[in-house]
Design a binder for this molecule. Structure first.
Ligand SMILES: NC(=O)c1ccc[n+]([C@@H]2O[C@H](COP(=O)([O-])OP(=O)(O)OC[C@H]3O[C@@H](n4cnc5c(N)ncnc54)[C@H](O)[C@@H]3O)[C@@H](O)[C@H]2O)c1
Ligand SMILES: O=C(O)C[C@H](O)C(=O)O
Length: 351
């Protein structure tokens, strides 16, 4: 495990994306999101995604210099086509547009189609908070890994959502999660660190729990294992509610923009996202919502026990990693070295 400074990691990601043909501003935007994600302790969705992006690029599904198109632009709603470009820059643009609409109309939303993987959703929900809004983000995902309640084969992605709200005198409250019990790439992140998977995350086609993260990741990508629903298999512990949330995310992310069904299409993924911003001062004073959230946090902490609120673990990680560096396991380091070499980009980590 090597500790890498955020600046070096940023430079490395930009160098690879630029070597692949990304314009500088897009490479910078994607690197900003990926490094923030690694700083936040979300080891699954930052630099660890580069190998997957290389696969997408090599198969022609990721077009680094694509220019997005505005398909619809109404007062409170817009639809963008990312035209197979990088997910991160279009996601930033979409959330900023949603927030600008919210500042005019109280609420604004943007749906995106033809996009690609854009990393951790919380980043974009927090952007809305920076603009004085509540932020809400959903995305469809590429690989079918989760079954429907009552079914056994993978038919849905991990379909995540994120919600962020300002809290007076504190960092925003950020709920950032898959609607399956865990994200696909967190299974891989466990494997890269040699950490066994908790039982109840991934089951093989015989229904047996898998504990090796790298093996589980490969089986999941081949459709030979499933990630359990949020709430577990069946209905006893609420798995049907995770299933329902996943369907909601799929519809918001895909139907509104004309994106695809779960899983990739033959010649393109046509991945969809959804971004919504609500101006916190639309109906009450600008202080009301942040004060309410701060009081709510105090209330949920008021009983015995140690309560973290969503977003806090990531803030704690950010503080620590900004000071100490980002831990990158050896297997991932070698993976990034390979990506850099094949791209003809310098390998900067540890140099
Ligand atoms: N782009 C994609 O296609 C995609 C798909 C799936 C997931 N993801 C990303 O993967 C990441 C991980 O997803 P996940 O479902 O494995 O997340 P997770 O199970 O790690 O849950 C994360 C959420 O739980 C909160 N949390 C953690 N510990 C807590 C505690 N003790 N008390 C209260 N709240 C706590 C965190 O603040 C965060 O909001 C997310 O950033 C998500 O956006 C991306
Ligand atoms: O989009 C994907 O293929 C997977 C997603 O990033 C996840 O980790 O669940």
């Amino acid at each position: 495990m090597m500790l890498v400074s955020p600046e070096v990691l940023h430079e490395q990601i930009v160098a690879i994306l630029a070597a692949w043909g990304a314009p500088a501003h897009k490479a910078e935007a994607a690197a900003d999101v990926m490094v923030d994600t690694d700083l936040s302790g979300i080891d699954s969705h930052g630099v660890a995604m580069l190998q997957f992006y290389e696969e997408l690029r090599d198969s022609g599904r990721l077009v680094l210099d694509a220019e997005p198109e505005v398909l619809e632009d109404r007062h409170g709603f817009a639809v963008l086509d990312a035209r197979e470009g990088l997910g991160h820059p279009i996601a930033i643009e979409a959330m900023k547009t949603a927030a600008a609409k919210a500042k005019r109309s109280g609420i604004g939303a943007v749906a995106v189609r033809g996009s690609n993987h854009f990393g951790a959703l919380g980043y974009y929900a927090r952007l809305a908070v920076e603009e004085g809004c509540i932020g809400f983000v959903t995305t469809a995902t590429r690989t079918k890994v989760a079954s429907a309640t009552g079914g056994v084969s993978p038919v849905l992605g991990t379909n995540p959502l994120a919600f962020a709200a300002p809290a007076a005198g504190a960092e925003p409250l950020v709920v950032d999660m898959s609607t399956s019990v865990v994200a696909l790439n967190k299974v891989r992140a466990y494997g890269l660190r040699g950490k066994p998977l908790p039982s109840g995350w991934v089951i093989d086609s015989a229904g047996e729990p898998l504990t090796d993260g790298l093996e589980a990741y490969e089986l999941l990508r081949r459709g030979e294992a499933t990630i359990c629903a949020l709430g577990g298999a069946g209905t006893e512990n609420g798995g049907h509610k995770g299933f329902g949330l996943s369907l909601m995310v799929q519809i918001l992310s895909s139907a509104l923009a004309g994106a695809g069904q779960p899983g990739h299409e033959d010649d393109r993924d046509n991945l969809g996202h959804f971004f919504m911003a609500i101006d916190v001062s639309a109906g009450v004073s600008a202080e009301t919502v942040p004060s309410y959230v701060a009081e709510l946090i105090a209330n949920v902490r008021s009983g015995p026990g140690e309560v973290l609120v969503p977003g806090e673990p990531e803030e704690a990680s950010r503080r620590m990693r900004e000071a100490e560096g980002i831990p990158v396991p050896d297997a991932l380091l070698e993976g990034v070295r390979g990506v850099a070499e094949r791209a003809g980009a310098p390998f900067l980590i540890g140099a």
